[in-house]
Design a protein around this ligand. Structure first.
Ligand SMILES: Nc1nc2c([nH]c(=O)n2[C@H]2C[C@H](O)[C@@H](COP(=O)(O)OP(=O)(O)OP(=O)(O)O)O2)c(=O)[nH]1
Ligand SMILES: [Mg+2]
Length: 130
């Protein structure tokens, strides 16, 4: 069984909107909406991976963030450990730097069925703690 450690950023602005990106057609969990992020590489801390992935995928440098939730999820073909960081300060303006569709959505309007199944608990927690 493949195992992956993933760092993702829940990028939240002062209007309580969250920046989402759409996963590409050929990827795992294709076409689902996600919090931007990706695999933690050998020798990287989760925080370093977050900084690298957010620059690669959405062109921002997170400057104020903290771990919000850690979630384990067993997919049919792989196990993922997700580090969900809440990012509330950053340099730059996020955009779909790799050509992926992206949008801001009000936190309370996030719909868990549009995300990979691993995200349901963290979305519930976000909406409860608003
Ligand atoms: N980015 C992201 N990935 C998520 C979320 N929820 C979730 O289950 N995942 C899963 C899907 C993937 O199996 C994995 C993320 O890997 P990825 O494909 O984004 O990895 P990466 O950016 O390093 O991409 P690559 O270089 O391997 O193509 O975590 C989420 O909210 N955001
Ligand atoms: Mg990614």
């Amino acid at each position: 069984m493949k195992r992956f450690e993933i760092a993702v950023g829940i990028i939240r602005n002062q209007n309580a909107e969250i920046f989402l990106a759409q996963r590409s057609a050929g990827s795992h969990m294709a076409n689902m909406w996600e919090f931007p992020g990706g695999k933690i590489e050998q020798g990287e801390t989760p925080e370093q991976a977050l900084e690298r992935e957010l620059m690669e995928e959405v062109g921002i440098t997170p400057t104020g963030f903290s771990l919000f939730e850690k979630q384990e999820h067993q997919f049919p073909d792989r196990h993922v450990s997700l580090w969900f960081f809440l990012v509330e300060q950053w340099d730059g303006e996020p955009w779909g730097k790799e050509g992926q569709p992206s949008r801001w959505v009000a936190q309370q309007a996030l719909e868990p069925e549009q995300f990979p199944p691993a995200n349901a608990p963290v979305i519930a927690k976000l909406q409860q703690t608003a």
